[in-house]
Each structure stands twice: as C-alpha cells, then as structure tokens.
Design a protein around this ligand. Structure first.
Ligand SMILES: [Zn+2]
Length: 337
C-alpha cells in the first residue's frame, strides 16, 4: 500500500514530495519523487488527554465554575455519570471514538472515571474500533491494574504515594492534573515523580525549573482552560523546558478534535508550527509509549491524508502552517489507522 503527496517527514515534519511505502502496517520507506498529487500526508494525531465518559453531557453546565463542573465526587459531571445507564455511557463514548477516528486521531490517553467498571466500559467502547486507547484508571489500585496506568485527579484530592508506587511497580503510566485552578498543587504533584502532568496553567518560575530538571512531560489543554475560565497555560515557557503535548480534555466542554486544539495552541503561543504539530502527534505518542506520530521507516503507519486542493486549503503557501492553523475535518481525504 502507498500513499503519496506532500509528505511531512520525520521529527521536523519536513515537506517532501513523494510516496510513503507501507507494508504490514509499518512505514517501510519514504520515496522522494514527483507525484502530481495535491495531498498533504501527515502522521495521525495522538490526543494526550481526554475524559470521554462525559460524552453523555455535551455542553451541559454552561457558566459553572471548574469545581462545580468536574470536581469529584459531586461535580455536575460525576452526578450525570452516576445517573446514566451503563449502556448509554458505552454508546456515547463509542460515538466520540468514531468522531476521533474520522478527524484523524490514532490514539488517546484517557483518564477514566468509574473505577474498574469505568475502565471495562472504555475497553468495550473501543473493542471494534481502530483507534488505540491508552486508559488510565482512577479511584483504586484495581482500576490501575486493569488499565494502562493511573490518572490522578490532583494532589489536593488525596494521598497518592501508595498508588504512585504501585503504578511504578506495575511498570505502568502515572499521570496527574496540576496547576489548573491555582499553583498550590504543583509541587505536591511533582513530588510524586509522575510520568507526565496535565494543565500547568499556573506554573511559576520555580515550577518551570523543576519541570525542566525532572524532564516531566506536560499535557496542555488550552481550549478546556478557556471554557473553565482558569487562564491560559504558559505554552512557550513550557515548550522551552520540556516535552509538551496537546489534549482536548472533557468531551462535555470541547469537541475532541485535534485540529481545533492545534489552531488554538498555535495562535495563543505563536510558536513555530512544527512545534505545535509535534504536540499533536509525536509528543503524545512519546508520553504514551507508542510507535506512531512520526513519518519515518519503522514507525506504525498511522497516517492522515488531507486534500491540499480543498476549497479551504488551496493556494496555501506553507503546508505545515496550513495543517496547524487552518485545516479541519472537511479537508480529510483518508485516515489510515
Ligand atoms: Zn482532565
């Protein structure tokens, strides 16, 4: 199988006209050649932070504060999750997964509420899909054991030392929300030596130094932060110091579209577009330990083909910039997962 056009190759997404040769789901070679194709070929996305359980309550809770909306145990989201039948929740998550596949997402890191059964529900929703779930259980060690790791709500919600150690012993991923509402839970979160942290809206200079020293990757969710009105993460400052990936956070507050998240992150930070594309692809893959997010020989062939001659993208002078700041669902020709 081949896919051709302007291919965004390697870690720097260098535009090369040519053909990607794929065998058994793996990229074999990128052949530089004239193709006559208008397509733009890029790695499929990795959405590095989701809560898809609340797909049952899109756009609920307008005007509520962050805590009223999502804080455990009685934020609106948790009440709605408790009162919704299991089958409905699985179906709603499945619909979100389908949308994520259609919009070019190959994998996602999900913080899954609902203990062991919550994890089981996501596996059921993803069972017949091509998208790769990386599920972090919450609430108990058993949920972590059933899943790919543990996703902690935040250091002020409890003592996570034991769970952190159990997750390490199991060789699994440990992630934690921090610095979303204010900076007070950032040092306690970093004290847990997490594999990655989420948000860091309120990171101060000492926190940034620690993140750099510890090489802790950060997942940012700028659209979510705007909806909950907590501020904007210091994207440039974080990117200078560590690996930064993008996530779309709660499905109730934002559509899980990586195109939209990239556009926001790019325009808020004005970082080079290659860096933003890395946040949406290879950086998330690196955090999750996946072999995708990059077009080079030996990588999983999880790719996205855009129509560079769509009404939206035609006459674009810079393919990477056009992908990051302009492209969307309607430009997709093919998603290969
Ligand atoms: Zn979250």
């Amino acid at each position: 199988m081949n896919i051709e056009g302007t291919v965004l190759v390697g870690p720097d997404f260098e535009p090369v006209e040519g053909r990607v040769l794929i065998e058994d789901g793996t990229i074999q070679e990128i052949e530089e050649t004239e193709t006559g194709s208008d397509s733009i070929v890029l790695p499929a996305f990795v959405n590095a932070h989701t809560h898809l359980g609340d797909s049952i309550a899109k756009e609920a809770g307008a005007g509520l504060s962050l805590d009223e909306l999502v804080a455990p145990p009685d934020g609106l989201k948790h009440r709605l999750l408790r009162s919704t039948p299991r089958e409905t929740k699985i179906k709603a998550m499945g619909r979100s997964l389908q949308f994520m596949e259609q919009t070019g997402t190959a994998a996602f890191i999900e913080f899954r509420e609902g203990d062991v059964d919550g994890v089981e529900m996501m596996y059921e929703a993803a069972k017949h899909r091509e998208i790769d779930p990386v599920i972090l259980g919450r609430e108990s060690e058993a949920a972590m054991q059933r899943a790919d790791g543990f996703g902690a709500s935040g250091a002020r919600d409890g003592d996570f030392d034991q769970l952190r150690n159990a997750t390490r012993r199991a060789g699994k991923l440990f992630g934690i929300h921090t610095g979303e509402r204010d900076p007070t839970d950032i040092h306690p979160a970093l004290d847990l030596s997490p594999d990655f942290i989420v948000h860091m809206v309120h990171a101060e200079s000492l926190h940034l130094e620690r993140v750099a020293d510890m090489h802790v990757p950060v997942v940012i969710c700028p659209r979510s932060n705007l909806v909950t009105n907590v501020g904007v993460p210091p994207i440039r400052e974080l990117a200078k110091r560590t690996t930064v990936a993008l996530g779309t956070d709660n499905a109730m507050t934002n559509s899980p579209s990586m195109f939209r998240e990239m556009e926001f992150a790019a325009k808020l930070s004005d970082l080079p577009d290659e860096e933003i594309l890395a946040m949406a692809t290879r950086n998330g893959a690196e955090i999750a330990g996946l072999n995708c997010g990059l077009i080079e020989p030996g990588r999983d062939a999880k790719l996205l083909e855009l129509d560079g001659d769509s009404d939206n993208l035609c006459y674009a002078k810079d393919p990477v910039r056009a992908v990051v700041r302009r492209a969307g669902h309607s430009d997709i020709k093919r998603v290969i997962l």
